[in-house]
Write a protein that binds this ligand. Structure first.
Ligand code: NCD
Length: 315
């Protein structure tokens, strides 16, 4: 059967079916050698990716740029609104319209939920959500799933713990939705009471097939899980910094806690102190591989979206 990918934009992982996810993961697998610079590609020769980053980023922006360049495409954009006319008062809509003229696809990160959806409604090139506030981060989810499948050969039948800031962490929101598309996944939502998964996500999990449990003490579940997906407490999303000070350091994953366990440790990064440095040199550490996997996965996304959507003249 010929598989097709029907989405024009990557805004929310809720727009994906399991077959769409598998399409991207399979494509990414084929692109690994190019990501590793063992093969050269001209797949996106002459194409341009636009990047609008209104929030800090290391991996997401750099891996998108690497992905584009490994396919012999080019990138334009800004990593700080101060470097753009937004700082002169230009609207984000007008700014996006300029990218529509100059590029073949647009990646956007913004602190406000829903911004990438808004942009996708006003431009005719594919739009990719690279994180919208505490909303979603769908391309991170695709590379997370790619990492799980590569390391454990399956996504079905796994027990996965999402640990840390489940309230503000957009990566865990997208990942929970996506895991609901796989079979027999058990999710443990591990967080302090103040940072529990938002009601909306819990509601959606309740009406999906996925089995999940909310827990506060990581020791209650650590013997049972295949994947420990750790996240940073999202300091920048707290309105009250005293609250952050009270909660920070709630979970620290160290080598001693992991000893004898049969699991992998993932993290979207950046980490602050939630995974100790002594885990880095252990077999549990999959977070650096996960960060590398961003390249083949984002290559697959860019290749698919750009090749499926030919650019039209601006109206
Ligand atoms: C995450 C993000 O920006 O949501 N980072 C990333 O893209 N790899 C996680 C975070 O900032 O904590």
């Amino acid at each position: 059967m010929v598989k097709i990918f029907k989405l024009k934009n990557v805004i929310s992982i809720k727009d994906f079916e399991r077959s769409d996810i598998e399409y991207i993961l399979d494509e990414a697998e084929k692109l690994e050698k190019i990501a590793l610079s063992q093969e050269i590609s001209n797949e996106l020769n002459g194409k341009i990716l636009g990047t609008m980053f209104f929030e800090p980023s290391t991996r997401t922006r750099l891996s998108f740029e690497t992905a584009m360049k490994r396919l012999n495409g080019n990138c334009i954009g800004f990593q700080d609104s101060f470097c753009s006319s937004v700082s002169k008062g230009e609207s984000i809509a007008d700014t996006a319209k300029m990218f529509e003229g100059y590029s073949d696809a647009l990646v956007i990160r913004h602190k406000v939920e829903g911004v990438s959806k808004f942009i996708s409604d006003i431009v005719d090139i594919p739009v990719i959500n690279a994180g919208d506030g505490a909303g979603q981060h769908p391309t991170q989810t695709l590379l997370d799933l790619y990492t799980i499948r590569k390391e454990l050969n399956t996504i079905d039948n796994l027990k996965i713990a999402l640990v840390g800031d489940l309230k503000f962490g957009r990566t865990v929101h997208s990942l929970s939705y996506a895991l609901g598309l796989f079979n027999n996944v058990k999710l443990y939502l591990v967080s302090p009471n103040e940072l529990k998964m938002p009601g909306g996500v819990v509601h959606d999990l309740n009406i999906s097939n996925i089995e999940f449990e909310e827990v506060e003490d990581i020791k209650d579940i650590i013997d049972d899980v295949d994947v420990l997906y750790v996240t940073r407490i999202q300091k920048e999303r707290f309105t009250d910094q005293d609250e952050y000070e009270k909660i920070k350091g709630a979970y620290i994953i160290n080598k001693k806690l992991l000893e004898g366990k049969d699991l992998i440790v993932m993290h979207p990064l950046p980490r602050i102190d939630e995974i100790s440095g002594d885990v880095d040199d252990t077999k549990y550490n999959k977070y650096y591989i996960q960060a590398f996997n961003a390249v083949p996965v984002r290559m697959a996304i860019l290749k698919t979206l750009i090749n499926n959507n030919s650019k039209k003249p601006i109206k």
